[in-house]
Design a protein around this ligand. Structure first.
Ligand SMILES: Cc1cc2nc3c(=O)[nH]c(=O)nc-3n(C[C@H](O)[C@H](O)[C@H](O)COP(=O)(O)OP(=O)(O)OC[C@H]3O[C@@H](n4cnc5c(N)ncnc54)[C@H](O)[C@@H]3O)c2cc1C
Length: 360
């Protein structure tokens, strides 16, 4: 009898879309022995390249249900994948810990209750007198910031991650086609993906990882899938002020919902906005710095040195993400409105299990 791996080697899988979700699916499936082709015309402009890379898994406050299960699985899988991917880039790492802060007393009470009830050794409350909080309150010129620290959560540099995945895919000689798929159809038990240049690519499976555009390739109405664009802006600010040393702050933290990543003594990244549109609003600086009632002077005087955005897809009427076996050999893995980087390992595992089921 032939081994499963031998059967897998004969199956050809086309992945449409080469953001983090497409690339991670390619990694998982090619490690299982499948023949994989990824197709994407403009991968450098996707939302994965815009991401900040925070992995907010353990600090997620709902400890049951689908969202938590995906997070839990991803938190377990990430360290294993990092060890694997370090063979291709020894510097790839998850920078820990992650700190979540608030100036809202009610939200802080909820954090305390969450930590108390879950008795999770990887989470701890940061009181006013902790060194982290002292430095943050001093830098942001407030007295009211408090929060929690998660030792297992952190940040992975998305650019470095995507480049490492590219290196893996190249070394594994995974086919990559810089084309746009405009139509998919089934013929004689095979899927045919048609490119804008009228080339037909045959496969046994198609995985739709092309975010918002997935809807154009299926009948969204009969499948009852609706996706809305949500634009997220982020910026790098240059602070020309001796009164603050940004390196005295934690490596990554969140205050009242805004993620902050100090890059050097006088540079930090802040993200992101949630805009239900495909065109970035103009008041980026104001939208990204309004997380405190009163901004510190250095932040008020800060100048944007870089800004960027990405458009994510949010499922309408059902929770994010959408992972479904639509019909024989056609799988959709999209709707990563937030946390696509965090959830990539768990979602790819789900896709791989669906495909393995066809062979059992
Ligand atoms: C500013 C910002 C900050 C963020 N921060 C974080 C964070 O800290 N942590 C986190 O986990 N997540 C974060 N996210 C969310 C994360 O970026 C997304 O969840 C994730 O990138 C979604 O990945 P994706 O592969 O589904 O989509 P994308 O990266 O958008 O990739 C979709 C790809 O499909 C391709 N495509 C489209 N149509 C076709 C077609 N017809 N044929 C072939 N290819 C096609 C596109 O070219 C594109 O490359 C952030 C997002 C933004 C915008």
């Amino acid at each position: 009898m032939k081994s499963l791996k031998e059967n897998f080697q004969k199956a050809h899988i086309v992945i449409i879309g080469s953001g983090i979700i497409g690339k991670f699916n390619a990694l998982e499936l090619s490690e299982l022995g499948f023949q994989v082709t990824i197709i994407d015309p403009t991968e450098l402009q996707n939302s994965s390249y815009a991401a900040l890379g925070l992995l907010m898994g353990n600090m997620y406050q709902k400890r049951r249900g689908r969202s938590w299960n995906l997070r839990k699985q991803s938190i377990e899988l990430w360290p294993q994948w990092i060890t694997f991917l370090q063979k291709f880039n020894s510097e790839l790492n998850i920078e820990k810990p992650l700190i979540q802060l608030t100036t809202n007393e009610e939200k802080f009470k909820k954090l305390e209750k969450f930590i108390y009830e879950n008795n999770d050794q990887n989470l701890r409350i940061l009181e006013k007198d902790s060194l982290f909080i002292k430095n943050i309150n001093k830098a942001f010129q407030t007295k009211t910031i408090k929060g929690m620290i998660s030792f297992k959560d952190g940040r992975i540099n998305p650019f470095s991650l995507l480049q490492t995945l590219d290196k893996y895919l190249k070394q594994k000689k995974i086919n990559f086609s810089e084309e746009e798929i405009i139509k998919i159809r089934k013929s004689n038990n095979q899927w045919i993906s048609t490119t804008r240049n009228n080339e037909n690519i045959k496969s046994d499976f198609v995985i739709l990882c092309n975010s918002l555009k997935a809807i154009n390739l299926i009948d969204g109405i009969s499948q009852k899938i609706t996706l809305k664009p949500v634009l997220g802006q982020a910026m790098e600010i240059n602070v020309n002020d001796a009164e603050v040393d940004l390196l005295s702050l934690p490596k990554q933290f969140n205050i009242n919902g805004k993620n902050i990543i100090p890059k050097s003594k006088n540079k930090l990244i802040i993200g992101s906005t949630d805009e239900y549109s495909t065109k970035p609003e103009e008041n980026t600086f104001e939208k990204l710095t309004n997380f405190l009632d009163k901004k510190p002077n250095w932040l008020m005087k800060g100048k944007i040195s870089k800004k960027w955005y990405g458009i994510r897809s949010r499922p309408d009427g059902e929770p994010s993400p959408i992972m479904k076996n639509l019909e024989d050999g056609l799988i959709i893995c999209t709707g990563f409105y937030k946390n696509g980087i965090l959830l990539a390992p768990a979602c790819s595992k789900w896709v791989a299990n669906e495909i393995k089921n066809y062979f059992s």
